[in-house]
Design a protein around this ligand. Sequence first.
Ligand SMILES: Cc1cc2nc3c(=O)[nH]c(=O)nc-3n(C[C@H](O)[C@H](O)[C@H](O)COP(=O)(O)OP(=O)(O)OC[C@H]3O[C@@H](n4cnc5c(N)ncnc54)[C@H](O)[C@@H]3O)c2cc1C
Length: 383
Amino acid sequence: MLGLLLARAGVDVSVLEKHADFLRDFRGDTIHPSTLEVMHELGLLDDLLKLPHQKVSQLNGYFGELALTIADFSHLPVRCPYIAFMPQWDFLNFLTKHASLYPTFKLRMQAEVTGLMEEAGQVVGLLATTPEGPLEVRASLVVGADGRHSIVRTQAGLRVDEIGAPMDVLWFGLSRRPADPEASMGRFDIGRIFITLNRGDYWQCGFVIPKGSVEQLREKGLPAFRASVAQLAPFAADRVGELQDWNAIKLLTVKVDRLTQWYRSGLLCIGDAAHAMSPVGGVGINLAIQDAVAAANLLAVPLRDGQVTTEDLCRVQQRRTFPTRLTQRMQLFMQNQVIRRVLNSTGELTPPLAIKLLARFPFLRRIPARLIGMGVRPEHVRA
Ligand SMILES: Cc1cc2nc3c(=O)[nH]c(=O)nc-3n(C[C@H](O)[C@H](O)[C@H](O)COP(=O)(O)OP(=O)(O)OC[C@H]3O[C@@H](n4cnc5c(N)ncnc54)[C@H](O)[C@@H]3O)c2cc1C
């Protein structure tokens, strides 16, 4: 997104992606109302919505046997008052296709960043490996948007505050049949949380487990795991045999952290590289995109003029720190008050007060809708 915005503003940009394609499945599939608003501001919304997607106006779930709506987006004052569920590789291919229309944009796939080039304490470029051999890229600014295991932030020596998360996620697919439900769903049950995301011909499933407990689960054996999945998603009980071995089930480690300083002279981190987000609320993609919009708004002109300073970079952090801190604080609240309690529960599951209130008073569902759908301090394209 930042590559597209800067190229569109006349800045020469090279985007390096270590993989040969964008077909990763670990990132979630949510395009939020605020991102759809950004796409409208770019004049790309109608084209984007021609790609296959599901419109989700409400987030529904089960808490024990209590069926409830957690968020209702239909009242948001935006063009698209819903979350569009679209595989993220379709979204990224769409962005890069449009960015490639600008002569200022270059995308280099299979280019894995391995280090930074520094001169007199300033970052002046980066080193990468490609199938054709090593690559050196000189740049007036290096932006680390390389996710929660960012090599850029490690190499830059930026200090990380670990905030922590009580869970990890087992991530796997199960085929989807025409008679299955349409809606993506979250189910909270005794000691377990299970998420199903509708990806058209298959379900992307997330089985949330207490952090560090994967070995215990494996020791109990695959048949026991399959039985749990069948219990949590009865409509898919006839397909759990598709999980033939543990290789079909990926462990995604959840991290929540934040850099104390997101920049150095010649370098800036944004998205998960600056602040790894928990999957709670499915807001990490939105926050990463909002960082990109804010960074483009603040940096396009100095970059074009070749005069980007650390003060400019500091302004990006100042602009985005408040939304990041507040969102992470809310994620921590949910992790500690809901997720930890559910995962540790052994007896009857009683919904926490916040859940009971949402079930009782429908207008309260507008609050999570606003926080999830728009986030704090939504950004608008100005560059
Ligand atoms: C299990 C799980 C489920 C989630 N579900 C959701 C959800 O439904 N909705 C939501 O909004 N958020 C979700 N999140 C959070 C979300 O995935 C992140 O917050 C978001 O992807 C951050 O975007 P990003 O662009 O900063 O990083 P990423 O999406 O991680 O992208 C980083 C990119 O950099 C590339 N890269 C990495 N290292 C290098 C390198 N050395 N050289 C070149 N390229 C490199 C990667 O291949 C990748 O393409 C989830 C997180 C987890 C763990």
